[in-house]
Design a binder for this molecule. Structure first.
Ligand SMILES: C[S@@+](CC[C@H](N)C(=O)[O-])C[C@H]1O[C@@H](n2cnc3c(N)ncnc32)[C@H](O)[C@@H]1O
Length: 642
């Protein structure tokens, strides 16, 4: 079984890699020379016209402005992490563009700005020209996490607040305000203060009612973030009154629950739905029963998506009690019970799950959940934490089934140059984006993802997940976590995902388990009997070539494997390794070109090749150890002659 991550396969010429490294180094040099220098004012007219032209070119798909012109993939520098702002914006001091200093994080400050040009959109970054109240203009760029709810953040409004603005240089050496962490930019949908100045008790309610109408209109137009904003503004107005109108408050919560479901904010959707319940309505109150039924459906759907199946079952049952003829409620309840069986007992209908994928009915996200109770996370000496069994598991038995936390299909990738180890890699940036977006919408899940292993620990802000301005997700931690914990999905090399339980499984070249994927459900099975308390180990890289395997483990995962097989292979003469490599290549080419229904002569050749590879493993030193290099040809033989 392979643990290969498609996004780590990189085909760059030496020259191209060197060029990327030089661009990065050049920028660093410039940045450090300019640190703390005062900002030069920009000519606003020419900045706006430059952005307008660039936006047109970007829209036309022109690559002329891409910083790495020859590279097919966009390039990013990684490894200069800084923590997101953790102070609410109104606790930060206001500053002006004219006060910006180069290569500086303006801690404890905020900038209020408005957009004055179109947005220039590239694959991994978007930029625009902004103006402050003094009329000064500057460039503003969002790197990677530039969309929310499939909309460009910079295009979603005209006014923004930047918390603790970072002023730096682009790869081309142009000064820019740069946003990495999505929580460092606050979108202001309206410039006016929604809080009425009058003190009459009726007015806030009228204003709230009008915001509700605006929210409904935005919802009808499909502008979900704006609808969410209006409902929230209305609720804030009502909460500030001494006796908020209960019907209007419930209407707003019910509507916002719906929007939250649509934008994938399941924690908030559940809480909104429960706040919209009409308490103890009369039994013959048909309208109340209908509204409460709707609300239970929304709470149940949110709980289902949060994989809180006990709650989902309870809410669907309550919906069904209020709406006995509702067929969807009955089938949703049955689905929820099936999830509970999977979660509690590990009982899966794998055939049905496979069938649900047939004909490309879904992208691959199956309706199933995780079963983890045969395992626990513990320290694994020399390897950080690991996943251990809590009971004896027989060969072939399922140890763990896990539904992906997040999957990116046909994942977008980018070349990264990591300044910490000067290595060029390809990162699954599409998966990073999807994880960040999921966490920004569901802060209750931040802790379990941030607990995974990554090189950047988040510094002083590592435990913080929320301020009054909303969730805080450190994108640099997510980058490192995805780099060390994501898997490609089986043979389909275009997809990648994050499984937060399986992410604790360490590597061994002599694994005791293997995994397969049914859509985004990972199924881990024992390949030999495993005793209770033993560590589960998978092979991250199955290459029979010792040097290639070590290189991949070191580059992608940051460790040198010390298993018994590696120790034995390390002792091989270089000439033996070379011979094994040559024979393995011959075997690989043979497998690729000769069909499994092969004739006698081909079978004889395959046997000869397998034997020759096996003979490169010295019998005494490799006693009891697998011969990884001959595995491919032996599998061909097993299938071809069966
Ligand atoms: C997917 S995580 C596995 C869980 C991780 N050990 C933890 O503490 O969260 C992968 C990381 O675990 C460590 N690791 C995995 N297998 C290892 C091994 N055989 N020897 C040393 N470190 C290993 C490496 O740091 C690697 O980048």
């Amino acid at each position: 079984m392979s643990f290969e991550k498609p996004h780590d396969i990189l085909f760059l010429t030496k020259e191209e890699a060197e060029r990327i490294r030089n661009v990065v180094k050049e920028r660093f040099k410039k940045c450090s020379q300019l640190t703390g220098h005062a900002r030069e004012p920009r000519d606003s007219k020419s900045a706006i016209s430059q952005a307008t032209g660039a936006s047109l070119m970007a829209d036309m798909g022109s690559m002329a402005l891409s910083q790495f012109k020859e590279s097919k993939m966009p390039a990013l520098t990684v490894g200069q992490p800084y923590q997101p702002c953790i102070t609410p914006w109104n606790g930060l001091q206001s500053m002006k563009l004219s006060e910006l200093r180069l290569e500086t994080h303006h801690r404890r400050c905020h900038l209020a700005i408005k957009r004055v040009s179109p947005v220039v959109t590239h694959a991994t970054r978007s930029w625009t020209i902004v103006q402050d109240e003094a009329g000064d203009t500057e460039r503003l760029e969002i790197v990677l996490h530039k969309t929310r709810h499939s909309k460009e953040v910079l295009e979603s409004a005209l006014s923004f607040i930047l918390r603790e603005p970072y002023f730096t240089l682009t790869e081309e050496g142009e000064p820019t305000l740069r946003v990495d962490h999505p929580s460092d930019i606050i979108v202001l949908y309206e410039r006016e203060n929604p809080q009425p100045q009058s003190h009459s008790p009726v007015e806030p309610e009228e204003a709230a009612s009008s915001y509700k109408q605006k929210g409904n209109a935005a919802l009808q137009q499909g502008n979900l973030p704006l609808a969410h904003h209006y409902y929230t503004t209305a609720l804030d107005l009502l909460t500030a009154t001494s006796s908020p109108n209960p019907t209007l408050t419930r209407d707003l919560h019910r509507n916002r629950a719906y929007v939250n479901l649509l934008i994938g904010h399941f924690t908030a959707a559940k809480s909104d739905a429960l706040s919209a319940l009409i308490p103890q309505p009369a039994e013959n109150n048909v309208q109340a029963a209908e509204l409460n039924g709707k609300v239970y459906f929304r709470a149940a759907t949110a709980a289902y998506n949060l994989r809180q199946f006990e709650d989902a079952q309870d809410f669907f049952e309550k919906q069904l009690a209020l709406m006995p003829a509702n067929k969807a409620a009955a089938s949703n309840l049955a689905r929820t019970k099936a999830r509970l069986r999977e979660q509690r007992e590990g009982v899966y209908d794998f055939a049905a799950i496979r069938a649900s994928l047939a004909g490309g009915k879904t992208k691959g996200e199956v309706d199933a959940t995780s079963f983890v109770s045969y395992t626990e996370v513990r320290e694994s000496p020399g390897k950080g934490r690991g996943l251990f069994t809590v009971k004896n598991v027989a060969v072939g038995e399922v140890i763990l089934c896990e539904k992906a936390f997040c999957v990116a299909w046909r994942v977008q990738t980018a070349v990264t140059c990591d300044v910490r180890d000067d290595r060029i890699r390809v990162a699954a940036v599409g998966l990073e984006r999807a994880v960040v977006e999921r966490l920004m919408g569901n802060p209750s899940e931040i802790g379990m993802v941030m607990d995974l292993f990554g090189d950047w620990d988040g510094g002083a802000a590592s435990g913080l997940q929320k301020t009054v301005d909303g969730p805080v997700v450190d994108v640099f931690r997510i980058h490192d976590i995805v780099a060390r914990n994501a898997f490609g999905l089986g043979q389909d090399t275009g997809n990648a995902g994050l499984w937060v339980r399986a992410a604790y499984i360490n590597h061994s070249c002599i694994p005791n388990a293997e995994r397969e994927f049914i859509g985004d459900l990972m199924v881990v099975r024992a390949v030999r009997d495993i005793a209770a308390g033993e560590e589960i180990v998978l092979s991250y890289d199955e290459s029979g070539d010792y040097d290639a395997r070590q290189r991949s483990l070191l580059t992608t995962w940051g460790f040198e494997c010390g298993c018994a097989l590696c120790a034995a292979e390390k002792g091989d003469e270089v000439s033996v390794r070379e011979k094994r490599k040559r024979l393995t290549k011959e075997a690989d080419d043979f497998i690729k070109t000769v069909p499994r229904t092969a004739q006698r002569l081909a079978i004889l050749k395959a046997r000869r090749l397998a034997k020759a590879i096996d003979e490169t493993y010295e019998a005494e030193r490799f006693k009891g150890l697998p011969h990884l290099a001959s595995r491919g040809i032996r599998q061909w033989l097993a299938k071809g002659t069966s």
